[in-house]
Design a binder for this molecule. Structure first.
Ligand code: ADE
Ligand code: ZN
Length: 338
């Protein structure tokens, strides 16, 4: 099954580039930039990856990204992740990045954009991986700060597919960002938002009604509200679910309790994603494996989850057709497993 899941063509719709920073690269960049990390070794850093909740993780995540300073740093981060994508046969990616996490440290947004875009472009030409890039607003900051970063991103609007909303969910409802999302949509960008990871179901409804999002990131707490579940099914609203993340951040106690299969069986357009793979113990293949073992997700259901990702992606129609073809071809050559 590991070989099947690793070689299955996959689509990643929920990954934070800063969350792909592996401890080894963090140490290398710290050395390159003369930054002292509050950990003596890679092992000591890894030992700190025990999180009580989302905020405990975010505290370490923001500390980690401080090693990213030059264009080359952002290139190396993005490129090393893309090579992992290639090794796992991830063929289309829609990564997030958090520009406010960098401009707040005095890094020019042009530096961030140049490094990320060069790596994504190299991946397109050298690895055959297509992409759509998503700029995220940090929800623990105010809406004026989000407006400001959107204005700073203006020269790269044609390189961005969508805006998103991440960071501390509790106490930061979607309505706080209604104006900046409206402005982004006016500029032709699509929209996504983290909702219902730790926050209540009405944050999901709020993201749909007030931010007019095209996808919900996480959304697993929708299951607490039957009307909302029916709405997600009726509208075929995609949820970008991140199984390993949900266990590491204690959204569910154990994988056997995860609701992704229930949602899939009820007709919700759920997808599998990795969130912050360097911190949560796995990339795309490991997330599929994590569902196979305790939840008994079948090979056929795994394919169905990828179909959902293709349909939910922001790829253009030509690329979507190509992705469907690739998956179909893979399924046909693995009939014996299905
Ligand atoms: N930023 C990085 N990972 C995140 C997550 N899982 N939830 C909210 N914000 C994030
Ligand atoms: Zn996330």
């Amino acid at each position: 099954m590991y070989d099947f899941l690793n070689s299955m063509p996959k689509v990643e719709l929920h990954v934070h580039l800063e969350g792909t920073l592996e401890p080894e690269l963090m140490f290398e960049l710290a050395r390159r930039n003369g930054i002292e990390l509050p950990f003596r070794s890679v092992d000591a850093l890894k030992a700190a990856y025990q999180f009580e909740d989302l905020q405990a993780f975010l505290d370490l995540y923001y500390q980690g990204m401080a090693v990213l300073r030059s264009e080359q740093d952002f290139y190396d981060l993005t490129w090393s992740w893309l090579q992992r994508c290639k090794a796992q046969n991830v063929v289309h990616v829609e990564p997030f990045f958090d520009p406010q996490g960098h401009t707040a440290r005095g890094i020019d947004i042009a530096t961030v954009m140049a490094g990320i875009l060069r790596a994504l472009s190299d991946a397109e030409s050298q690895l055959g991986i297509s992409h759509k890039l998503i700029l995220c607003f940090l929800r623990h900051l105010d809406e004026d700060s989000a407006m400001d970063i959107l204005a700073q991103a203006e020269p790269w609007l044609d390189k961005l597919a969508a805006v998103g909303l991440d960071s501390s969910e509790r106490g930061n409802p979607p309505g706080k960002f209604a104006r900046v999302f409206a402005r982004a949509r006016d500029k032709g960008l699509l929209a996504v938002a983290h909702a219902g990871e730790e926050g209540p179901p009405d944050y999901i409804s709020g993201a749909l009604d007030l931010l007019r999002v095209d996808r919900i990131d996480h959304g697993v707490r929708a299951i607490e509200c039957s009307e909302l579940m029916q709405r997600l099914i009726d509208e075929q609203m995609p949820l970008t679910v991140c199984p390993l993340s949900n266990i590491r951040l204690r959204v569910f106690e154990q994988m056997a309790d995860h609701n992704i299969v229930t949602m899939l069986e009820q007709g919700v357009r759920v997808t599998v994603n990795s969130d912050d793979p360097a911190y949560f113990g796995g990339y795309m293949t490991e997330n599929f494996i994590a569902l196979y073992e305790p939840l008994g997700v079948t090979a056929y259901q795994s394919l169905q989850l990828v179909v959902n990702s293709i349909e939910a992606s922001f790829a253009d129609d030509v690329r979507k057709a190509e992705l469907r073809r690739q998956l179909q071809q893979f399924a046909q050559s693995h009939q014996q497993v299905l």
